[in-house]
Write a protein that binds this ligand. Structure first.
Ligand code: 5GP
Length: 179
């Protein structure tokens, strides 16, 4: 069985959450089983240990991107920086606002989180419309960093987000696709 099929078994689909008609892909079972958690993290670590892809910094997107990103950064022996929903970071920040289906969202990054020229790996749990990851990329680029790749456990390719991100110049690495 491929890693894709193996991990897929541990992603739980919750119907009508957080709103009617939404099929939420819940990744918490992947974290709960120590053997599966290790397979998941090692998939990312092995890819980014490659000298051609090894980042200077890992940036994680609020909130499940923190869980993955922090562990991957630790294993790569590089630093971790959080990209947070607005209002959570205490120091000077840069911010980026993006459109949601209803309304908008703003994410922030500490102004000293990365340096110009840093090669950054951007991590989240899932790519839907791609809006969150694109906002993260823009924040890091505002500080002069280079986002070498976006990584996520799950891609929902039918929503077009991963295609838009790739077309916008962000290479992606995802482990499981859901229609
Ligand atoms: P996007 O910005 O790509 O439309 O949505 C992705 C963001 O929303 C990610 O930060 C992700 O955590 C969250 N998200 C949206 N839908 C789901 C889902 O079905 N499952 C999980 N685990 N996260 C989701």
């Amino acid at each position: 069985t491929t890693i894709n099929d193996y991990l897929r078994q541990y992603i739980r689909t919750v119907p009508d959450w957080p709103a009617p008609g939404v099929q939420f892909r819940d990744i918490t079972p992947l974290l709960q089983d120590p053997k599966v958690f290790r397979v998941l993290i090692d998939a990312f670590v092995h890819r980014y240990m490659d000298p051609a892809l090894r980042p200077d910094v890992v940036a994680g997107l609020d909130a499940r991107g923190f869980i993955l990103g922090a562990v991957v950064a630790y294993e790569l022996n590089v630093g971790f920086v959080p990209i947070r929903k607005k209002g959570k970071l205490p120091f000077t920040t840069v911010e980026e606002t993006y459109e949601l289906e209803y309304g908008s969202a703003t994410v922030e990054l500490h102004a000293d989180a990365v340096k110009p020229g840093d090669r950054v790996l951007l991590i989240d749990d899932l790519i839907a419309t791609g809006g969150t990851m694109m906002a993260g990329k823009k924040l890091l680029e505002k500080l002069g960093a280079e986002v070498i790749e976006g990584a996520a456990i799950v891609d929902l390719p039918e929503l077009g987000g991963s295609d838009r991100l790739r077309a916008g110049g962000l290479p992606l690495y995802t482990l499981v696709d859901f229609a």
